[in-house]
Design a protein around this ligand. Structure first.
Ligand code: ATP
Length: 422
């Protein structure tokens, strides 16, 4: 297979980056070359540029001093910079984009099965530590080799053949998060996990329980951030990877359909990942949802959504009652977080329920009385719980169309709070 030459790679790199980013890389490369160091772009950005996809962020790897390079870029581009001493990495924020800089590292093992020791190494060493061949390529951006593709592990061939391949047999057991990454890339690009890699993935599922909640949650966050997360979740379910995460956890075609509807329903306001999660959880038994929340150590917000979904499911029967007035709908839904309600507008099979949930989200939840507590106090009523109760009644009257003007609200307040004060 013809590997692309430096000229073609340079052109692709230029095409895949905003103009000032391309010049940033060139200047960074010149800086390193003068210091006798080699500089590379590596990982996802190389994979993406070889298949003509725009990359979100830039990963640089230097065989040398990462912090000196970060300081120079920060100086040239007035960038915000964060340095980490321990791993000698740096993060720069330039015009809303992130540039990560790392030093080339090598893993050595004192004996088989020992934890790796990390030392400074070459770019080629660094690529050997990576997850899949398609992510284990780099492009030189310094000196005479500018634009040269570094591909010691057959990444380009696998990319063209549409194959996800690990780099050594212990890869998944060394780091079981790669199981989720393999599925995510396979489904994102419409590739296939290579048969030997798939066998090793199946064997390594037993290591998933050892993953910490935070690492596992991060993998799910990455999946839910994909353009069509249902593809990776269906595949993970079919491979019983989800069951290894949490007993009984599955993702079926019904959930996949809900994900598509969530995406296509542009009247929903919450961020897509939280809506996906809410719709998936909406289809689970409460105990399974609780177990998943605990296993992933979900955030307080997501746990509230899990709790609210369970509440909402119990209240759906009330939302089916005939002749409900708007204030009744609000009473049922007011304490429920909007993301849970939005998810149920998609997953509820009942058209009346859907309609009421939509009406609540679009208008009812925003309705307030014209009068505020301060105004009632100005009218001479004493502060206290009675004012709150009166305002709630006025709000209900407004929701049900019984009052609509300020004058009518004042009249109602006088009836409720007594006429003597003002
Ligand atoms: P994406 O488009 O999903 O962001 P990416 O390739 O940029 O893809 P990152 O998670 O940002 O993904 O990782 C950057 C690079 O670091 C990868 O391309 C891969 O080479 C390497 N990498 C990331 N995670 C692992 C891992 N768990 N094991 C080995 N290498 C990894």
């Amino acid at each position: 297979m013809d590997m692309p030459n430096s000229t073609r790679i340079t052109a692709s790199l230029k095409a895949s980056l905003a103009e000032d980013f391309f010049s940033l890389l060139t200047r960074a490369g010149e800086f390193c070359h003068k210091r006798g160091e080699r500089l590379f772009v590596a990982g996802g950005i190389v994979r993406d540029l070889l298949i003509d996809i725009q990359s979100k962020d830039i990963d640089l790897v230097v065989e040398g001093d990462s912090h000196a390079l970060a300081d120079e870029i920060a100086r040239l581009y007035n960038a915000k910079i964060t340095l980490h001493q321990r791993f000698q990495t740096a993060k720069l924020s330039v015009n809303g984009f992130t540039v990560d800089i790392a030093i080339a590292r090598k893993e050595t093992y004192d004996h088989p099965g020992a934890l790796p020791k990390i030392t400074a190494g070459t770019m080629e060493d660094d690529l050997k530590r990576r997850d899949f061949s398609i992510n284990a390529m780099a492009v030189s951006i310094s000196g005479d080799t500018y634009g040269h593709l570094v591909d010691p592990l057959g990444g380009y061939a696998d990319l063209k053949a549409g194959i996800i391949r690990i780099l050594h047999p212990e890869s998944f057991s060394d780091d079981p998060t790669r199981i989720f990454r393999a599925i995510r890339y396979e489904q994102r690009f419409g590739f296939e996990i290579e048969p030997e890699t798939l066998t090793l993935l199946q064997e390594a599922k037993k290591h998933i329980p050892a993953l910490s909640a935070d690492r596992l949650r991060y993998e799910f966050e990455c999946i839910l951030d994909e353009q069509a997360p249902e593809k990776a979740l269906c595949r993970a379910s079919r491979l019983s990877v989800l069951k290894a995460v949490s007993e009984k956890l599955v993702f079926d075609m019904t959930s996949a359909g809900w994900f598509k509807s969530v995406r296509e329903n542009n009247s929903l306001e919450s961020p897509l990942p939280s809506l996906y999660l809410a719709s998936w959880i909406g289809g689970m038994a409460d105990s399974d949802a609780q177990r998943l929340a605990a296993r992933l150590n979900l955030s307080a917000d997501s746990r509230k959504t899990v709790g609210d979904i369970s509440k909402l499911k119990k209240r759906l029967i009330n939302l089916r009652l005939p002749g409900l007035l708007p204030a009744d709908i609000c009473r049922i839904l007011d304490s429920i977080t909007p993301v849970a309600i939005e998810a149920f507008t998609v997953i509820s099979p009942d058209s009346m329920v859907k309609e009421r949930l939509r009406m609540y989200l679009a208008s009812l939840r925003h309705i307030r009385p014209i009068l505020g507590g301060d105004e009632l106090i100005e009218l001479g009523y004493s502060p206290g719980p009675d004012i709150g109760k009166a305002l709630q009644k006025i709000k209900n009257a407004r929701l049900n169309g019984v009052v609509s003007t300020r004058k009518q609200e004042i009249e109602m307040a006088k009836n409720l709070l007594g006429r003597s004060s003002p």
